[in-house]
Design a protein around this ligand. Structure first.
Ligand code: AMP
Length: 377
C-alpha cells in the first residue's frame, strides 16, 4: 500500500488495506450465501453505480446461489421537497417487477441515498429489497431503514479508493485511503532568497527549529550526491566547481521527492531554490498540484562586496571548493545577477516578495526574519 497518494489536489493516507476489505467481503458474502441458500427464485444483485462497481465485483465472485446482475444510477437531488423521493432512477438495466433485489452499495453515511433507492425500487414493483453495503458510517446514519448486510463500519471521514472517488478520481486504488486533512492543509512554503553568502543556509537552519519546517537546500542535496559519487553528483560537480548552475530539471526532481517524502512537518523552507524563473514557475506548478503555494519569499539583501568577503571567509570555515577561487566566486555572483535576480520580479508580481536587511549579526538578521514569518503563522 503506497504511503500517501495525491488525488487531484488533496493528499490521502492509507486507511483500510485491500487484505482487510477482502476478509470483510468474505464474511458478508458468507452471510448472504447462508440466507439465500434455500431461496426460492433468482434474486437480482443490483450494483449502485459508480461507487460500488469494485465491491459488487468482489462480492459476486463469492456468491454461490443462482443470481442475476443489474445496475442502477440515481440522479442528483432535484429540489427540496419535504416529502417523497426527490431523485430519479437512471439506467436500471432490467425489470425488477415481482423480484427480490439485493442492492449493493459502496458506502452508507446519512442514509438518504439508500432510503430513496429503497422506496424507488418498491415503487417500481420489487417484491423485496435487501441492502448490502461495504461501508457504513454509524455516527452519521440517521434512518430507520434496516441495513441487512454491512461489511465494515468506519469513522465519519472522507475516503477514496476501491470504487470511491474524490471528484471522479481515485476509484481505481485497491486500498482505501483517508483524507490527510490535518497538517498538509496548513503547511506553509517559504523561500529564503538572496545572493550566495547572504546567510540563507545559516538562517534556514535556525528557522526550521523555531517554526517546525523542513529545510530543503538544493546546494546541500547536490553536495550529498557529489560526496556519494553518484552519476548526478559527478555531473553536478564540474558545473558547481565553475560557479555555474546545474540544469533546472536536476534540481526540480530533487524538490519533488522532498515535497512528497515529508508530510509531518509544518511546511518547507527552500534555500538556493528556485534560482531561475523557470524553476520558480516549476515550483509553483509542483505546489499547485499538491494544493499549495509559495507563502512568502524572504529576501536577504546584502551588497556584492559583502557577498565576496563572506564567501571567502566561508571557504576557510567550510572548505567549499566553489568558495575558494576569486574567479569562481565572481562567476557565482554574476550568475546570480543574470539568472537568479529575475526571480525577484516574478515573486513581486505574485505579491509574496518580502525584503529583509541581511546586514548585522546572525541573531539580528534572525530576529528580522522571524518578525516577518510570524505574520504567516
Ligand atoms: P549553494 O549551496 O546554494 O550556494 O549551491 C551551490 C551550487 O550548487 C550552486 O552554485 C549551483 O552550482 C548549484 N545549485 C544549487 N542550487 C541550485 C539550483 N536551484 N539550480 C541550479 N543549480 C543549483
Amino acid at each position: 500500500m503506497e504511503k500517501r497518494i495525491l488525488v487531484k489536489d488533496r493528499y490521502f493516507v492509507p486507511y483500510i488495506p485491500y487484505e482487510r476489505l477482502e476478509k470483510a467481503i468474505d464474511a458478508v458474502a458468507e452471510r448472504i450465501n447462508q440466507d439465500f441458500k434455500y431461496f426460492d427464485g433468482t434474486p437480482i444483485i443490483l450494483c449502485v453505480l459508480n461507487g460500488s462497481i469494485l465491491f459488487t465485483g468482489e462480492l459476486m465472485k463469492r456468491l454461490t446461489f443462482p443470481c442475476e446482475f443489474s445496475s442502477i444510477r440515481l440522479s442528483s437531488y432535484e429540489g427540496t421537497l419535504s416529502t417523497g423521493v426527490t431523485r430519479k432512477v437512471l439506467g436500471l438495466t432490467s425489470s425488477i417487477k415481482g423480484r427480490t433485489v439485493l442492492v449493493v452499495e459502496d458506502i452508507v453515511d446519512t442514509g438518504k441515498t439508500i432510503t430513496d433507492l429503497h422506496a424507488l425500487l418498491l415503487d417500481a414493483g420489487a417484491a423485496d429489497v435487501k441492502i448490502c453495503t461495504m461501508l457504513l458510517k454509524p455516527e452519521v446514519y440517521k434512518k430507520d431503514l434496516k441495513l441487512d448486510y454491512v461489511a465494515m463500519e468506519i469513522e465519519n471521514r472522507f475516503i477514496v479508493g476501491f470504487g470511491l472517488d474524490y471528484d471522479q478520481l481515485g476509484r481505481n486504488y485497491k486500498d482505501i485511503y483517508i483524507l490527510d486533512d490535518r497538517k498538509t492543509q496548513a503547511m506553509k512554503h517559504f523561500l529564503i532568497f538572496g545572493p550566495p553568502g547572504a546567510g540563507k543556509g545559516t538562517q534556514a537552519a535556525r528557522l526550521i527549529e523555531r517554526f517546525g519546517l523542513r529545510h530543503v537546500s538544493t546546494g546541500d542535496l547536490l553536495r550529498r550526491e557529489i560526496a556519494a559519487g553518484t552519476p548526478l553528483g559527478l555531473k553536478a560537480k564540474t558545473l558547481i566547481d565553475k560557479g555555474e548552475l546545474v540544469p533546472d530539471e536536476v534540481v526540480e526532481g530533487m524538490i519533488a521527492s522532498e515535497l512528497d517524502a515529508h508530510t509531518d512537518v509544518e511546511g518547507f523552507i527552500f534555500d538556493g531554490f528556485p534560482r531561475t524563473t523557470a524553476q520558480a514557475e516549476h515550483l509553483d506548478a509542483m505546489l499547485a498540484e499538491r494544493g499549495k503555494k509559495v507563502d512568502a519569499v524572504l529576501s536577504l539583501m546584502i551588497p556584492d562586496q559583502t557577498v565576496f568577503e563572506r564567501i571567502r571567509h566561508r571557504a576557510e570555515v567550510e572548505n567549499r571548493v566553489d568558495d575558494t577561487k576569486p574567479e569562481v566566486i565572481q562567476n557565482r555572483i554574476d550568475t546570480y545577477h543574470a539568472k537568479t535576480e529575475p526571480v525577484i520580479a516574478y515573486y513581486k508580481g505574485k505579491g509574496v516578495y518580502r525584503e529583509i536587511d541581511g546586514l548585522g549579526t546572525i541573531d539580528e538578521v534572525f530576529d528580522k526574519i522571524c518578525a516577518v514569518m510570524e505574520e504567516y503563522k
